[in-house]
Write a new protein. Sequence first.
Length: 111
Amino acid sequence: MDELEEIRRRKLMELQAQRQRELEELQRQQEMQKQIEMQKKAILRAILEPEARERLSRLKLAHPEIAESVENQLIMLAQSGRLNQRITDEMLVEILRKVAPKRRETKIIRK
């Protein structure tokens, strides 16, 4: 019986150690994600006028996937040196018109 208890105890310790490693890895990933978000916000603050930044944050609430895509594109342009001025609200509206999916109009027909 002592041998069985020892095996159970070792197995439990192994499982606890594995769980601890998984938690530490998750914490590292969350910290890395947090740092990336902070860097993105800093870049966007530098390249967007306040009105454009506000519009983008509102868009993120309604359509997070579109906002994320636009943010990534703007950041890539900024990092590659292809932006020679800050993005105004009007410029952002034009960008959004180009990248937003075309809405299909629904027609209801009576028979």
